[in-house]
Design a protein around this ligand. Sequence first.
Ligand SMILES: [Ca+2]
Ligand SMILES: [Ca+2]
Length: 165
Amino acid sequence: MLLSISIAGCVDDNSISQIPLDEVDLNISSPESLLNNSSIESEINLINESQAQIPPHYEKSGICTYVVDGDTLDVKGVGRIRLVGVNTPERGEPGYQEAKDFVKSKCLGKLIYLDIDDKKNNDRYGRVLAVVYVGNTNINAELLKKGYAEVMYIPPSEFNPYSWT
Ligand SMILES: [Ca+2]
Ligand SMILES: [Ca+2]
């Protein structure tokens, strides 16, 4: 009795205390159970990772349903978003397609988190000014870092895009 209690304590699983001692031994040494344990572990890691992939701060979220160009996209339930602090080339300008393709690959069909500019929620076209996150990746900053966009800093703004590069 004492022995079985101490083993249950080692394994750190109360349900095991119900299993006879020789069965516990068998399970631990069986390669199959090792395999199962590691797959459970990797599943837990996946869950932990996906829970960690959330931006430090955001006000709204939704699925990106359409990418207009490198700095403008639509989010279901929110509307048209203008990525704040950056500017990508307009249609017909060099780099337009590359910037758009990059944002499409990162955002289209994905769950997007929006950190909306607290100092100025909308631009003059009624688009929502925001930093777009996929997981905890700041897409506005990625556009700058990868050379798809230039800084377009229009104060007042909650964000300083110069701090992203
Ligand atoms: Ca633009
Ligand atoms: Ca905000």
